[in-house]
Design a protein around this ligand. Structure first.
Ligand code: NAP
Length: 496
């Protein structure tokens, strides 16, 4: 059977895949398909639906630049509303009909002779495409903790990415492993119903107060009628977030900015002090690394939850799991009915790249990244991988907001594909020289950042790759990244 031919294959129907599809359409491409292993669109916002799920960036900022949403019910909207936004955007820009769900992509191989990508699907089918865009997200491969005895546990086990909506925690004895952003949202919700809740913390997290407000119907109508009013609010929330990441983290070398970073930690400590009277409990919940080494979070109820008599913090570690509970490192045992794994995602091992990608001369992307340094020009392009954009790459993620990342990546697509069209060309590949220069520049910029100069040793942060380099985030402002993406020298690519 002949393979189906497309101008482009996009892997992933989350906000990155939807954005890439909208950009392709803007440039006149219609013959493309978006593949997703799930049975619906929305990526992380479809997969995650645990109790308490909400965005931790104000939703005025957490949306496409070109598609403000007047309907958010709160400043920090719920997961369900964000999923709805993904549906609305996909429908408005007519990208849903390009999507093919429940389709697992196994790998992609560049065919030099045909100048095309062969995309292999589970089940044996192959699709051919001139362009390949992987939009697989950064946090899409759940991490299952390798704790002795965990498979012998007889009760219910739930990873937060596979929440069972029919599960009622009422009267249950529950253990939660993990204290990342997910756990911070989930723990207060479980504590409302559980008979007993033990939280296993390996590394504490910085938690700032959440300045959340309800958005009134009147304000929503104003946002809908006068679009610019919402853009003003967005400008304010954007600026606050940009300052947090750029002042507190990226330009950490500046002594005044370092002072501001310390103030942010003080704010988290005040948040903790207001909620917890017990000094020892506060100490156990306080990180010993600088804020920003790993992603901090926001909550007004997380700390208070630990003051409830049926909620316990275990910070001594887990020795092993048995059929009916957890044996703690101090030898005591906690008997539980349900084990909740809020253990996050395997970013570096399983996600870079999320599928096997074989480029020119048989270069295997995952192997090459591991044997060399993790790298990608402008966070999207890699030498020896023609006609390929990897949207979830090293040095791609801009600060704290995924949509800023999407904005510069869409502008880069606009410039690159615009140039191809102008020249009547069909193939692009970043030059080794441009890629190396970009990597050197990222390394230099990171030299001024908190991740290099701060105290991050004990943070266990996914911002750092297994070689210890902080190669996840693009260390610059959104404005700079967008400017670069819209104006990079086209000679950085070989175009033919
Ligand atoms: P995470 O930040 O990676 O946290 C995972 C937690 O599990 C950590 O506390 C980790 O401890 C712990 N853990 C993992 N393996 C363990 C083991 N074997 N034994 C003991 N503890 C273990 O994952 P997450 O909380 O799911 O959040 C991931 C990211 O998703 C966040 O940083 C954020 O960017 C995003 N997120 C966003 C929102 C939102 O916008 N609303 C909500 C949730 C998540 P260590 O730290 O010691 O490794």
């Amino acid at each position: 059977m002949n393979a189906e031919h497309y101008d482009a294959v996009i892997v992933g129907a989350g906000f990155a895949g939807i954005g890439a599809a909208i950009q392709l359409k803007r440039m006149g491409y219609e013959n493309f398909v978006i593949l997703d292993r799930e049975d619906d669109l929305g990526g992380t916002w479809y997969v995650n639906h645990y109790p308490g799920l909400a965005v931790d960036v104000p939703t005025t900022t957490y949306s496409y630049f070109f598609e403000p949403n007047p309907n958010w019910s709160r400043l920090f909207s719920t997961g369900a509303e964000i999923k709805q936004y993904a549906d609305d955007v996909a429908d408005k820009y007519d990208v849903r009909r390009h999507m093919r769900f429940s389709t697992v992509v196994e790998g992609a191989r560049w065919d030099e002779e045909a100048q095309a990508w062969h995309v292999a699907l589970a089940g044996g089918e192959t699709l051919d495409a001139r362009y390949l865009i992987t939009a697989t997200g950064f946090l899409s491969q759940p991490r299952m903790p390798d704790i002795p005895g965990i498979t012998s546990f007889d009760g219910r086990v739930i990873h937060t990415t596979a929440w069972d909506d029919s599960y009622d925690p009422a009267g249950d004895r529950i253990a939660v492993i993990g204290t990342g952003a997910t756990a911070v949202q989930l723990i207060p919700e479980l504590a409302k119903k559980a008979a007993d809740l033990t939280v296993y913390q390996r590394t504490p997290i910085w938690v700032a107060p959440k300045l959340d407000v309800r958005i009134s119907e009147r304000t929503k109508r104003l946002f809908a009628r006068m679009n610019w009013t919402q853009r003003i609010v967005r400008a304010i929330t954007d600026t606050i977030y940009e300052m947090m990441i750029n002042i507190g983290v990226v330009h950490y070398r500046v002594p005044l900015f370092r002072r501001l970073n310390i103030s942010a930690m003080d704010l988290c400590k005040i948040n903790q002090f207001i909620q917890i009277r017990d000094k020892e409990l506060r100490r156990r919940l306080t990180p010993d690394y600088d804020i920003g080494c790993k992603r901090p979070t926001f909550s007004n109820s997380y700390f208070r939850t630990f003051t409830k008599p049926h909620v316990h913090l275990q910070s001594d570690g887990i020795d092993h799991v048995t059929a009916d509970g957890i044996v703690n490192a101090d030898g005591t045992k906690t008997v539980i009915d349900t084990l909740v794994l809020a253990t996050g995602f395997d970013l570096w091992e399983a996600n870079f790249p999320a599928i096997e990608v074989i480029g020119r001369n048989g270069r295997n992307l995952g192997k090459w990244w591991r044997e060399n340094r993790f790298q990608a020009y402008q966070g999207v392009s890699i030498p020896y991988f023609p006609n390929y954009l990897s949207l979830a790459s090293p040095y791609a993620f801009l600060g704290l907001n995924f949509f800023n990342t999407m904005e510069y990546q869409m502008r880069l697509m606009d410039r690159l594909f615009g140039e191809l069209k102008r020249r009547g060309a069909t193939t692009f590949e970043v030059t080794e020289q441009a890629n190396t220069a970009y990597l050197d520049r990222m390394t230099e910029l990171l030299g001024d950042s908190l991740w290099t100069l701060g105290n991050c040793a004990s943070s266990r942060s996914y911002y750092f790759n297994p070689h210890g380099e902080p190669s996840l985030l693009r260390p610059m402002s959104t404005r700079t990244a967008i400017k670069e993406a819209a104006a990079f020298p086209v000679s950085d690519y070989e175009i033919s």
